[in-house]
Design a protein around this ligand. Structure first.
Ligand code: ADP
Ligand code: MG
Length: 258
């Protein structure tokens, strides 16, 4: 029996201008089916400009992780369209999506996700090695110098502090000059001083090399490092703040009932 499909409104397939690194149009995501189906994204629209630092915030269950997973090509939206760097993710085959993620998207995770048996240099180079890409030596040196880990490259992750491990993870994400770096609670496992360093470096990457960064956080102090805060509620973009401060973020969140 054919699966029943909900008819969705037709979405205009406008290619975003080059100034837009990530675009989501009418994004909808239903997890599961039947009586256990949960609508995580209802109708999310978002443009993220190149070289900007965006924080995604909202109450628990508002769809933050689902949104970022759909934008990063890690999860498939039920309907709607996502573009990364002018490429439409929707409708790509699995191998095309894998290649797009590998070549055009960087990830920084709360738990660092470094390989324990590889030293810092090998961890940073791993995605390039696996993709058969040559490492741009000058860019590598520039990135590790900016991140303050140039003298830690032969250390194993276990020989590095949490803040240093996260800076290795940022270097790994930046090395391929991706269209966008997604950071999911990147300071969640760090003390406030290391967290501040990591946030400063993510922000510096947007200022100095026009990297685009999208970060999920529940911390108003972390969000204040961003240029813009996108507020989610019930799977929709419920508002945004420009040049946020910890206070303005707290107020906006309390208005959302977070
Ligand atoms: P947030 O990150 O803001 O806490 P999520 O995107 O994780 O929100 O979740 C949004 C909603 O979707 C929640 O109700 C959550 O329980 C549900 N959800 C998320 N992932 C799944 C999944 N894999 N299967 C079923 N429901 C899910
Ligand atoms: Mg989440």
């Amino acid at each position: 029996m054919p699966r029943s499909r909900t008819l969705e409104p037709v979405v205009p397939q406008t290619i975003p201008p080059a100034s837009v690194a990530v675009r989501a149009t009418a994004l909808r995501k239903v997890h599961g089916t039947g009586s256990t189906a949960v609508t995580a994204l209802e109708h999310a629209d978002l443009d993220v400009h190149r070289g900007t630092f965006t924080a995604v915030m909202g109450p628990s269950g508002s769809g933050k992780s689902t949104l970022v997973h759909c934008l990063a090509g890690l999860d498939e939206p039920t309907s709607g369209v996502v573009w990364v760097g002018g490429r439409q993710l929707t409708g790509l085959r699995d191998d095309e999506l894998t290649r797009l993620r590998r070549d055009h998207v960087g990830f920084v995770f709360q738990a660092f996700n470094l390989l324990p048996v590889l030293d810092a240099r090998a961890n940073i180079e791993l995605p390039s090695t696996m993709a058969g890409r040559r490492v741009d030596r000058a860019w590598f040196d520039d990135v590790v110098t900016r991140l303050g880990i140039a003298d830690r490259l032969s250390h194993l992750p276990s020989q590095l502090s949490g803040g240093q491990q996260q800076r290795v993870a940022i270097a790994r994400a930046l090395l391929s000059r991706p269209d966008v770096v997604f950071a999911d609670e990147p300071t969640g496992n760090l003390d406030s001083r290391s967290g501040a360093q990591v946030l400063s470096m993510l922000r510096a990457s947007t200022r100095e090399v026009q990297q685009t960064v999208i970060m999920v956080t529940h911390d108003p102090v972390a969000a204040a490092y961003a240029d813009r805060v996108v507020l989610l509620a019930d799977g929709r973009v419920a508002g945004e703040l420009h040049e946020p401060t910890a206070d303005s973020v707290l107020q906006a969140l309390s208005r959302l009932g977070a």
